[in-house]
Write a protein that binds this ligand. Structure first.
Ligand code: MCN
Length: 777
């Protein structure tokens, strides 16, 4: 069998991406396309008194200006798809175009359509909206206080939901056993996803067939189709959603946005293809934001460093409306993981979601799990400091032992496999931990600030199984789907329900099929992103694509192989049991020369004149794979920093990442994902923060104000791995797309706090904050 699993083959998709031959929505232009631009509110909270569209509509080239009044209920409210049970969830309407009241700066109040995008832009400026401003609240905790401006009549005190994970053990009892208690408030600041490609949509309607096609920047085209069909009343089988190449998403292209529904409605109303492409400022104002939690954490421990329990009270700023997956992120995706990789006896997590006059918040790389991992990894360091123990020693003492898997965690999940001690040992060996600690002692004597930060994270990903997704209120099963089809000449096409948008599965899924069927990589095509071509699928996010969709691909390929085995046995006139499959050829055991290649069997299955009894023509198989559990990657990251006392400037001297994502399909891609993920987590620790003023204006609405890291800030990332396969996944894989982000923020913050000798500094650690911490100002 051609063993392509585990090989660092170059990414097949890169040729088109790196030579400018990708196919992006913004580059498409169906004949007769007209252009939409949205008029967005400059107010964060205001009554809409009047909208005068006359001057805009009179501009030559304008086809129409539309407001909520024109929609006349033809577009339903955009709804959240994660209805968290037992949380008293409030779901106020989120209208495609605001009616009567706007609740965040950037909410759309009108749309202009013109023959030319520049005319549309000019016309947008001519729409005159009279607003009557209302009091504004942007801070999640402030929004719940008496007297705070109310956003929605159905949500008293602006509370969107209240959810509790009581855990399994008796948390109050373990807190009574404690010798030491440590408490800390954390602000996990709001972030703005900044995918290279902003959002875009083109809708095209065929009145003859009543077919509506939407080309859109989506991470999950079938989810887009389902939601838009319900919102627009277009039958699902008449709606085709195509997400072609997508230039990054990081979670922000999971949600279905109101304006995508408007673009569809306009195409049906005007009978012309309608195109909308957002610019960067619109992207920052009206594409979902991420994180924005305030957490109060208590940790109970023995004086020898044994951790007993954790209690968390978290406040999640949801923005003005609940986005598609919004409520699930700070609850389900956060609230089961703050025990990290430790054998904690009991835990309790309480989460309150709050409405504010800010952009809605949804998934952003890691989505809930970076927030969980940050808390536990910071708390372990704070505990170590309080006890005067080495942070590595406290971790080692509390790790879930390698022989205790599958492990029932105190917060309610069953971790599939792990060996935390081995990953930490490897990272500490690579970085030379003992020597670094000695050097640090010497540096301190000389008045220099040097810090070492550890992050021994465990995370949950591979979002599935359906019993869990639906049991936690998600309005969809989470399984993987695929079809593997061999043409008569033995070339394979893989149709997947995933939609990679930079991660590289066109290559890794081909590697899976090549391994299972013994085909050359060049003979395999991976198709995704088109609801008309692919099986109903749940998309790409939550590092689910490889374990769940990839698992499905492996199972489909195995079904094809088993069918081919039957045909081969029939053609060779021997028993199936006497056949072996080596390098793409079925042959009698020990007689490889006489046999049938997979290509010959594909031809025979097409000709179909000599098939075994009861076997259908064509080599093709499909699988809907619903895994029995999540997968739990883990690892140890170590960050070594030097802090300049005079300026507060931090420089990263070393960054070592040891990650374990089970079996690796393509180690080069895994390394690339770790690099990108680490930098995204470091960006939160060092630089990024969405900032609103007290009137709800987003001050960070462009790249001058919202700082994403450049190669200058990026450290050299030294990567290594351990391999602990997932026992329940068909190919032993776990996800890796988010591990770097989930691990890295706290490695940096731990290092800086270690250098200065303080308990905590909230992110981002700007030079000013660091300087103040050094000088206790
Ligand atoms: N892989 C592998 N072996 C493994 C695990 C993964 O070879 N054991 C490979 C995969 O086959 C795939 C890549 O690594 O080529 C990432 O796979 P996976 O961990 O399954 O993650 P997903 O494909 O589900 O991607 C989602 C994840 C998330 S949640 C965010 S956010 C994110 C990320 O991936 N957004 C990205 N990485 C991104 N990378 C790019 N370029 N752009 C984004 O928007």
């Amino acid at each position: 069998m051609a063993q392509l699993m585990g090989k660092s083959v170059p990414r097949t998709e890169d040729e088109r991406f790196l030579t400018g031959r990708g196919s992006y929505v913004a580059n498409m232009l169906p004949p007769g396309t007209v252009f939409a631009k949205f008029v967005r509110s400059p107010y964060a909270h205001a009554r809409i008194v009047h909208i005068d569209t006359a001057r805009a509509a009179a501009l030559p080239g304008v086809l129409g200006v539309f407001t909520a009044a024109d929609l006349k209920g033809e577009i339903g409210s955009i709804f959240t798809a994660w209805l968290i049970p037992n949380s008293n969830l409030k779901t106020p309407p989120y209208l495609a175009l605001a009616k009567d009241i706007v609740r965040y700066a950037g909410e759309a109040v009108a749309v202009v359509v013109a023959e030319d995008p520049y005319v549309a832009e000019d016309a947008r400026e001519l729409v005159e909206v009279t607003y009557d401003s209302l009091p504004v609240v942007v801070d999640g905790e402030a929004a719940m206080k008496a007297g705070a401006p109310p956003l929605h009549a159905e949500a008293p005190n602006n509370v969107a939901f209240h959810w509790v994970n009581p855990g399994i053990g008796d948390v109050d009892a373990v807190f009574k056993e404690a010798d030491v208690l440590v408490s800390q408030r954390f602000v996990n600041q709001r972030l703005q996803p900044a995918a290279m490609e902003p959002r875009a949509a083109i809708a095209q309607y065929e009145p003859g067939t009543k077919d509506l096609t939407l080309y859109v920047t989506s991470q999950n085209p079938h989810v887009h189709r389902l939601v838009l069909s319900l919102v627009l009343g277009v039958p699902e089988h008449r709606l085709r959603v195509v997400a072609p190449d997508v230039g990054g998403g990081f979670g922000s292209k999971i949600p279905v946005y109101p304006w995508e529904a408007v673009v569809c409605w306009l195409a049906m109303r005007l009978g012309r293809p309608v195109k909308w492409v957002e610019d960067r400022t619109e992207n920052f104002l009206a594409t979902v934001h991420g994180r924005d939690h305030v957490q109060y954490v208590d940790l109970a421990a023995k004086k020898d460093g044994t951790i007993l329990g954790i209690k968390i009270s978290s406040f999640a700023n949801m923005g003005a409306y609940l986005s598609t997956a919004g409520p699930g992120v700070p609850t389900i995706l956060f609230g089961f993981m703050p025990g990290g990789c430790y054998a904690i006896k009991a835990g309790k997590v309480e989460v309150t979601g709050v409405f504010t006059n800010t952009t809605p918040v949804d998934a952003y790389r890691g989505a809930g799990r970076p927030e969980a991992s940050f808390i536990i990894e910071r708390m372990v360091d704070i505990l170590a400091r309080k006890l005067g123990m080495d942070p590595a020693e406290v971790r080692r003492k509390n790790f879930i032992p390698a022989d205790k898997f599958p492990y029932q965690s105190a917060l309610g999940l069953v971790y599939d496999s792990g060996n935390y001690e081995r990953a930490m040992r490897k990272a500490l060996d690579i970085v030379g931990y003992q020597k670094l600690r000695q050097e640090q002692g010497q540096a301190r004597k000389e008045g220099r600030l040097m810090g070492i930060g550890l992050s021994t994270y465990a995370e949950v990903c591979g979002l599935a199984p359906s019993a869990v997704s639906t049991g936690t209120g998600f309005q969809g099963g989470l399984w993987g789907s695929s079809t593997v089809r061999l043409s008569p000449t033995g070339k394979a096409t893989v149709y997947t329900g995933a939609h990679p948008h930079g991660q590289g599965e066109e290559t890794t899924f081909a590697q899976i099929v090549a391994t299972e069927l013994g085909l050359p990589l060049a003979d395999i095509d991976v198709v995704h992103g088109d609801t008309k071509a692919t099986p109903m699928g749940m998309g790409t996010y939550g590092s689910r694509t490889t374990p769940v969709e990839g698992g499905s691909v492996a199972l489909s390929a195995r079904k094809v192989r088993e069918k081919a085995r039957k045909i081969a046995a029939h053609l060779l006139e021997i028993s199936e049991d006497d056949l072996e499959f080596v390098d793409g050829k079925f042959a009698a055991k020990g007689v490889p020369a006489k046999g049938k290649t997979i290509q010959e069997i594909a031809w025979a299955a097409y000709m179909a004149g000599a098939m075994p009894k009861g076997v259908e023509p064509i080599l093709e198989a499909s699988t809907f794979y619903d895994p029995e559990n999540f997968v739990f990657p883990f690892g140890t990251h170590v960050c070594v920093v030097d802090v300049d006392k005079e300026t507060g400037q931090v420089s990263i001297r070393r960054y070592v990442a040891v990650d374990d994502c089970g079996v690796q399909i393509n180690p080069m891609i895994v390394e690339g994902q770790v690099h990108g993920g680490v930098l995204q987590g470091l960006a939160q620790a060092m630089l990024e923060q969405a900032v609103y003023d007290e009137n709800g204006n987003l001050l960070t609405s462009n790249f001058m104000e919202y700082l994403v890291p450049s190669s200058l800030e990026a450290p050299n990332i030294e990567t290594a791995s351990t391999v602990t396969p997932s026992p329940h996944n068909p190919i032993g894989v776990k996800g890796v797309g988010e591990t770097g982000t989930i691990a890295s923020s706290q490695a940096y913050v731990n290092a800086v706090c270690d250098a200065i000798g303080v308990d905590h500094i909230d992110m981002p650690l700007t030079p000013e904050k660091v300087w103040r911490a050094v000088h206790k100002k």
